[in-house]
Structures are given as C-alpha cells and as structure tokens.
Design a protein around this ligand. Structure first.
Ligand SMILES: N[C@@H](CCC(=O)N[C@@H](CS)C(=O)NCC(=O)O)C(=O)O
Length: 298
C-alpha cells in the first residue's frame, strides 16, 4: 500500500470547506434551503427537475418508454437543475426533494400535486401509475423490485465510492480505489451471472430494473463512465455487454439519455425537454451557430 497514513482523526469532526475534490464547493454537512427560488412549471401533467446524470437518466428513459408505448399521460416538462451551481438547495427544489438531489418529480395530473423523490421511487411510482414495465404481482414483480432495489443499494459504491476516488478526489489514493474497484467488479459479476441466464435483469421482460441499472452499469461496461473500462477490464463481462447493447439500441433510451444533459457531444445534449419535437429542434448542435472557419485571405 503506497499511501502514507499521516491522518489521525480529531476528537470531533469539523467542516473543512477547503477539503478538495471536484464537488467540494457544493458538499456540506447540513440539509435545507440556501436561497429562495421557485421552480418553473410547464403545461404537462408531469414536471421533472433533473440533470442528465445516471440517476437522472433512469427517469427520462422511463418517461420516453411510456410515451413510446402510447401513454400520453406521461407527457412531461424536464427542467434543468444545475447541481454544480447549487440549484438543488433552492426553496422550490427542496420542497420537492428535502434531500436536495436530482431527480425530483411533481405529478400535477390530480387534484393535488404529488411529489416523488429518489429515482427508484419515481420509477416505481410511474410504473404503477401507468401499469407498465413492472409485473403486476407474484414472483415476477418481486424479482423486478429486487433488482431495482439492488441497483439503489449498489450504485453508491460505484458512484460515491469508486467513481469519486478514481475520477474526482483531489489525489489518487490506493486504499479506497482498491476497495471500491473490488466491489464494483463483484457487482459486475453479479450482473453477468444473472444476464447469462436471462435476456433482461428480471427475466424475459424489459422492466424498470433494466432502466435503473443500465445508466450506471451499462455505460460502465461500454467504457463511458469515469473512463474506467480498461482499468476494470470490462470486456470480461460478456453478458452485461450483450444486454447493454440491446438496451442502448432502444429509441426511447437514446432519447432519454439526451434530456437534461449538459456535457458530451452537442448533438447529445437537450438541456430542457418540453415537447417530443425538441429532440429534432433543440439539441445543442441545432442551437449553436456553426463556427466560421477563419479565412486565409482575411
Ligand atoms: N439515491 C438518489 C441519489 C441521487 C443523487 O445522488 N443525485 C446527485 C446527482 S447524480 C445529486 O443531485 N447531487 C447533488 C448534491 O449531492 O448536492 C437517487 O437515486 O435519486
């Protein structure tokens, strides 16, 4: 182990605002509102406040899948919450999610608005509301919810553990990278064994379990998350790769990935989604005027 261990925890931990790392400026040990800001409300029944991270993408994939299946009641406005600028601590957002994390959903289709936070709870809420992508009962429903909750419990080891120390921490520390790389590889092996025997995670049907797991582990095995494909030898997980490709090929998944995305290729970024036609007209490549090549003669 190459890390020098020269840290002795003090008797009482105190908040060191300069503790470094990519998200140091938004991390704090207290919850609640930092500023007054009402959330915008569009004309559709469902109002989503989110960002195109893996947790956000789970929900936009589900909404696009519902619309693709003909559920017109799933029309939605997706508003951008820029977490690096602290939007999640505004009064309107905290009223929808007291935990100050995206994604957060307001269902305004009934007499009183219903708030839903936590991506797994949002997937289950939408699946039950529209009667889709979650088996109605028995062993099939139990299997689907088991994989959904597996994802909710496992992904923090991938994102908050491995991803944080491999990609975002202020320095590379061997101990946590080793610990979390081992756990993430174990999780990939869990998925690989399940997908060796089943087309989708919960069996033969595509469900909210696939929608929850794909944005994390599907993109990881394709080398798109934390640029860690080679480090984690993702080529070993052949069944996860086969499943990841099948899910990625779904048009609703391709649309859902673009919503509230503020990084990557301009053509992959649709900052806000209010109409189905926004995918054709409002991705960043459509909005940005082409850069003029400098003329040799000017
Ligand atoms: N368990 C939550 C996790 C949500 C989460 O961690 N969201 C991150 C972005 S992926 C966030 O909003 N972070 C802002 C912050 O921590 O202040 C869920 O699945 O909804």
């Amino acid at each position: 182990m190459s890390d020098k261990n020269d840290y002795t925890p003090p008797k009482v931990w105190t908040w060191d605002q300069e503790n470094g790392g990519k998200f140091a400026s938004i991390n704090r040990p207290i919850a609640g509102v930092t500023h007054d800001r009402a959330l915008p409300v569009g004309r559709h029944p469902l109002q989503l406040y989110s960002l195109g991270t893996p947790n956000g993408v789970k929900v936009t994939i589900m909404l696009e899948e519902l619309l693709a299946s003909g559920c017109s009641g799933a029309e939605y406005d997706a508003w951008l919450i820029r977490i690096s600028e602290g939007d999640q601590f505004g009064s309107g957002f905290v009223a929808v999610n007291p935990n100050s994390k995206i994604p957060a959903l307001m269902d305004r289709s009934g007499p009183a608005p219903v708030r839903v936070f936590e991506s797994g709870a949002i997937l289950q809420y939408l699946a039950e509301k529209f009667g889709m992508f979650l088996p109605a009962g028995g062993a099939a429903r139990a299997e689907c919810l088991s994989w959904l909750f597996w994802q909710m419990g496992s992904a923090p080891f991938l994102g908050g553990g491995f991803g944080h120390f491999y990609a975002y921490a202020p320095a590379k520390f061997e101990y946590p990278i080793n610990r979390y790389a081992m756990e993430v590889k174990r999780q990939l092996d869990v998925l690989d064994r399940q997908l060796a025997e089943h087309r989708f995670l919960a069996g033969s049907q595509y469900t909210i379990a696939d929608m929850a797991v794909w944005p994390w582990y599907g993109t990881l095995v394709k080398g798109l998350l934390y640029e860690a494909g080679e480090f984690l030898s993702v080529h070993e997980y052949k069944h996860v790769l086969r499943w990841a490709d099948e899910v990625a090929a779904r048009p609703a998944v391709q649309r859902g990935r673009k919503v509230n995305r503020v990084f990557g290729e301009p053509s992959s970024q649709l900052h806000e989604r209010h109409e189905a036609s926004d995918f054709d007209a409002k991705t960043q490549d459509k909005l940005t005027p082409p850069v003029q090549a400098p003329s040799d003669k000017a």
